[in-house]
Ligand binder design. Structure first.
Ligand code: SF4
Length: 105
């Protein structure tokens, strides 16, 4: 299932990680929530293949270890969310549609 593009209305920001919000629900290690807001990655969808890291022209993402998550043991973290130039390369190329880019209005 892809990231829910309406997550900002359906979920609550329940935490913070390295300067970005994390949207719940969160029950580690199996449920890790959505990291980031305008550059959002659903860690419960992400397979950790790192394509977003490769295609992002501003090197926004960093891989983070997530041991014991049922889908993958690493995830793409929007570590420098504010650097996004909204090119949509990551959203278009993610094989499991784990990413939602919402340009700041
Ligand atoms: S939309 Fe473009 S700039 Fe923003 S995170 Fe994705 S690849 Fe990087």
């Amino acid at each position: 299932m892809p990231i829910d593009s309406d997550f900002q209305t359906k979920r609550q920001a329940t935490g913070e990680h390295r300067g970005h919000k994390v949207w719940g629900s969160i029950e580690p290690p199996a449920k890790l929530g959505i990291h980031g807001t305008n550059t959002a990655v659903d860690w419960d969808v992400c397979l950790g293949d790192g394509i977003c890291v490769d295609v992002c022209p501003v090197s926004l993402y960093e891989m983070v270890d997530t041991p014991d998550h049922p889908l993958s043991s690493r995830k793409a973290d929007p570590a420098r969310e504010k650097d996004c130039i909204h090119c949509l390369a990551c959203e278009m190329q993610c094989p499991v549609a784990a990413i939602k880019i919402t340009p700041i209005a």
